[in-house]
Design a protein around this ligand. Structure first.
Ligand SMILES: Nc1ncnc2c1ncn2[C@@H]1O[C@H](COP(=O)(O)OP(=O)(O)OP(=O)(O)O)[C@@H](O)[C@H]1O
Ligand SMILES: [Mg+2]
Length: 368
């Protein structure tokens, strides 16, 4: 599976571009602030209809324009599907083969992408929000059931928070809270169960990968830290809600539930987020992305497109080689770099080279 070409119209600083891609490797080179990452962003957006840099859709429109448009052809064996996204008036219209779609999963049925970027280091930050975002996005791309439960859980959570902060009497509140708690527990437990399964599987992939790239005999692990973990999740959830109810009524929001879960990264049993060196954090961030890549492959039997934004500047020579050794030649890759030096030692056989300047692609050639 690969993306064959991409049409870009008034997206960030990019000129109107019609790009034809190599099915294996595409290298975007240029100085800082020329638009390399914006091209990666466009591919990512075509897949997930959101920015990987957490930019608002509106901010992706070129500053003096009022729409942006992306269109790409995805090749799967002998099938070609066209995906297009038009964003205007704060709304986006996504089409597959010229037919409007309503669910993002229809795009995920055609392709996936995984991004490695310097921002990944944030996955080890103190705040667990980014780790929950990572795991929610990963699972919901390949498991519609999870997305259903997660959406229902969040909807119930919002209603429950509204009631908690409401000025009505405690007696009236208690009746409504009781019925909301039932849904919250039912949906929350489903979310936890699926997270548990997925993170266990992910851990196996990630710890294996870590040994290969370093290489080391010591164990690197990704562990799920749910807010409840007994054999009877329902009962434990109800008990926690009961225990915290008075406090929640005072605070005005829900304090317990899977919206408080976390992921822990550890090396030799030590939490890397809290105690790891910068190098260990970097490796952990790369390992988790590899986990994502191979987990998606395992579930869909198709390799996701790999977007490597400024990745190779982050690794030393030996790790770079180990890293590329682990990449399968069925994976289509997009690499941005300010420094072409690294390509020389990598032994890539055949790739397309794009020189990016001031939002434009100046040179585009096949290298063999
Ligand atoms: N909506 C927009 N309209 C016009 N220009 C934008 C918009 N959003 C971002 N830009 C500009 O696009 C330029 C290129 O950004 P990009 O992140 O792609 O650079 P880059 O080539 O990856 O640079 P670096 O090597 O530093 O990572 C930036 O100068 C940025 O200000
Ligand atoms: Mg960049």
């Amino acid at each position: 599976m690969f993306i064959e070409n991409l049409k870009i119209r008034s997206f960030c600083n990019l000129k109107d571009l019609n790009l034809k891609f190599n099915p294996n490797l595409n290298v975007f080179s240029g100085n800082n602030a020329q638009g390399k990452t914006n091209i990666i962003e466009a591919i990512y957006y075509l897949n997930k209809s959101k920015s990987f840099r957490k930019k608002k859709d509106q901010d992706l429109i070129q500053w003096n324009k009022n729409i942006f448009f992306l269109k790409g052809d995805i090749v799967n064996n002998n099938d070609i599907h066209q995906i297009s996204i038009l964003f205007q008036d704060f709304k986006k219209e996504i089409k597959i083969n010229n037919k409007k779609i309503t669910k993002q999963n229809q795009v995920f049925n055609l392709f996936h992408c995984v991004i490695f970027s310097p921002k990944d280091l944030h996955i080890l930050d103190k705040d667990p929000t980014i780790r929950r975002y990572f795991i929610n996005l990963l699972i919901s791309q390949i498991n519609e059931k999870y997305l259903y439960h997660l959406k229902k859980y969040h909807k119930t959570l919002l209603s429950r928070n509204k009631i908690l902060i409401d000025k009505r009497s405690f007696f009236k509140k208690d009746k409504i809270l009781e019925s909301l708690d039932n849904i919250l527990v039912k949906e929350g437990v489903e979310v936890i169960k699926i997270r548990n399964e997925v993170i266990n599987e992910l851990n196996k992939i990630v710890s294996g990968f870590y040994k290969e790239i370093l290489p080391t005999k010591d164990l690197f692990e990704v562990k799920y830290k749910p807010f409840i973990f007994s054999d009877n999740l329902e009962k434990e959830f109800y008990d926690k809600l009961y225990k915290y109810k008075e406090y929640e009524l005072r605070r005005g929001f829900t304090l317990v539930g899977p919206h408080k879960d976390d992921l822990i990264f550890s090396f030799k049993g030590v939490n890397i987020g809290n105690f790891g060196s910068r190098g260990q954090k970097k490796m952990a961030a790369i390992a988790i992305r590899f986990g994502e890549l191979y987990y998606i492959y395992k579930k869909t039997e198709k390799f996701p497109i790999l977007l490597l934004d400024d990745m190779f500047s982050e690794l030393d020579q030996e790790k770079k080689r180990n890293f590329t050794r682990l990449l399968n030649n069925q994976i289509q890759m997009f690499i941005t770099t300010t420094n072409l030096e690294f390509l020389r030692n990598m032994g890539f056989a055949n790739y397309s080279f794009f020189s990016v300047k001031d939002g434009d692609v100046l040179k585009n050639e096949e290298k063999r």
